[in-house]
Design a protein around this ligand. Structure first.
Ligand code: S3P
Length: 176
């Protein structure tokens, strides 16, 4: 691998089902750095799963824990890849924090592809998308995407398409 300076924080951003965790894990292995899934870290810190956090603390409570966990992870001194949650960039000025503390990578995957993936995976554990028909799911994703796109677009790197690969991301990172 050619040498390049690995940013201390690489953040993957995008809608649920856009591949943040899968690509993030692969990227971290390729670069030999740590991988964190923000949702998993939140669950460990809160001592309960995301569904329970939403049920007991509401979305506001979740967003506040999410913001604290994003900062805690980012402050760890070693280089790392962080897969954020779909809503992370849109609350508590998190996108500005991300842009200041590292490199944000927006995975812009067509919503039709995302719906297929989510139907296959199931929406359990994603309280904002649970218990919906495929049509309702697509509608909800469209609504969220409309609200979120402006935040996602503030990321430094934008990747677009239905088959973004770890290598595509690596090329963009090396070109910075
Ligand atoms: C959310 C997405 C989830 C999780 C939470 C809220 C959202 O993460 O953070 O359920 O607001 O879209 P994924 O993008 O990993 O599903």
């Amino acid at each position: 691998m050619d040498t390049f300076t690995i940013p201390n924080n690489i953040y993957l951003l995008g809608m649920p089902g856009s591949g943040k965790s899968t690509l993030g894990r692969a990227l971290s292995e390729e670069l030999g750095i740590t991988f964190y899934d923000l949702d998993q870290y939140i669950e460990t810190q809160a001592g309960k799963d995301i569904t329970r956090i939403f049920a007991e603390d509401g979305e506001d409570g979740f967003r506040s824990i999410e913001n604290q966990c994003l900062m805690q992870l980012s402050e760890q001194p070693h280089p790392k890849v962080i897969a954020t949650g779909g809503g992370t960039p849109c609350f508590h000025k998190n996108i500005e924090y991300i842009d200041y503390h590292g490199v944000g990578i927006f995975l812009n995957v067509p919503l039709e592809i995302i719906v297929e993936r989510l139907i296959q995976q199931g929406t359990g554990g994603r309280p904002l998308l649970q218990d919906k028909s495929p049509k309702e799911l697509l509608g909800q994703l469209h609504e969220h995407f409309l609200q979120r796109k402006a935040y996602y677009l503030k990321a430094l790197i934008h990747m677009e398409g239905s088959s973004i690969s770890m290598n595509d991301i690596l090329v963009e990172l090396k070109a910075l």
